[in-house]
Design a protein around this ligand. Structure first.
Ligand SMILES: [Zn+2]
Length: 296
């Protein structure tokens, strides 16, 4: 009897110990902080991507561009199991409507901040984006997002005010460091862009149009030349050349395919022999969450 009681109280004690150590583990060893990436929308109707830091209750979000409505963004984040209120930063390539939807000026969670390039400051003021929390960055001067994420940028020609391309460098317990490049709405891939993005692990880059389809389209000539004159968008061939020069290590995500002058088949031509996985960002709807880094 005594033995049984002692065994029972012993196993209760064991169970208590286990519970206590689980509690300590939860306290001292939070959920692994995986960093993942997805595009939510990618076309001339709207562009928005997300970097997800952590998972479960602990996740935090960085948006890259916010070219779809806050309501639509909320729905798409929800589809991925992500929470709109956990957006901490919105990093903007430029402020065209398809990259910065007007009602975001009033919809950003209170603690969150826009990250806007110096060259876009005046336009941002007119658009009501210069909050107390807004941070202006200068192209070429790296800034920190927190959680050890460092952002470097390069200003490229696109329409009047230009466009920022980004390289995100992230700490990673498994790989040392990891990096993701993000380049869209480029006039052309300059040597500065190539050196910024050289050897990134994941490269998200626009592959906007098939040249033959563009030339044959019934678009007005001024529009065709605006797109193709070196300060508009990258064609599939220009994108492929840029990818070869950058040599991404693991994956390429093709962004911003024109609905009228491109197809996924045309955009993926030439990438078959690449030593990277290829993802084509849907115009409206999320890609899978792609693992980028593992912070511990
Ligand atoms: Zn665009």
């Amino acid at each position: 009897m005594f033995d049984e009681l002692s065994r029972a109280s012993g196993s209760a004690h064991q169970a208590e110990l286990k519970l206590a150590s689980a509690r300590v583990r939860r306290h001292t060893d939070p959920q692994p902080r995986e960093v993942r990436f997805a595009t939510l929308a990618s076309s001339s109707s709207g562009n928005c991507s997300v970097l997800v830091h952590g998972s479960g209750q602990n996740h935090r979000l960085t948006l890259i561009d916010c070219g779809i409505s806050p309501r639509r963004t909320r729905v798409l984040l929800d589809q991925l199991g992500l929470d709109f209120s956990r957006i901490d930063d919105v990093v903007l390539t430029h402020l065209d409507r398809d990259h910065c939807y007007p009602s975001w000026a009033k919809a950003l969670p209170k603690h969150a901040r826009f990250r806007i390039c110096e060259g876009h400051r005046n336009r941002a003021r007119r658009a009501g984006l210069l909050y107390r929390t807004t941070e202006i960055f200068r192209a070429g001067e790296p800034f920190e997002l927190g959680r050890g994420v460092r952002v470097s940028s390069e200003l490229l020609s696109h329409d009047d005010l230009g466009v920022a391309s980004f390289r995100f460098d992230l700490p990673c317990a498994r790989h040392g460091g990891r990096s993701i490049g993000y380049a869209t709405d480029l006039g052309r891939a300059t040597p500065g862009l190539i050196s910024l993005l050289m050897g990134v692990d994941v490269l998200a880059i626009e592959s906007n149009y098939c040249r033959d389809m563009q030339v044959a389209s019934d678009r007005p000539e001024f529009l065709k030349s605006r797109i193709m004159d070196g300060s508009g968008h990258l064609s599939n061939d220009e994108c492929l050349d840029a990818v070869h020069a950058i040599s991404p290590r693991e994956r390429v995500v093709l962004l911003h395919l024109s609905r009228q002058c491109n197809t996924p088949e045309a955009a993926s031509r030439g990438h078959e022999n690449g030593l990277y996985a290829l993802t084509i960002a849907p115009a409206d709807g999320p890609t899978d969450l792609l693992e980028i880094a593992w912070a511990g």
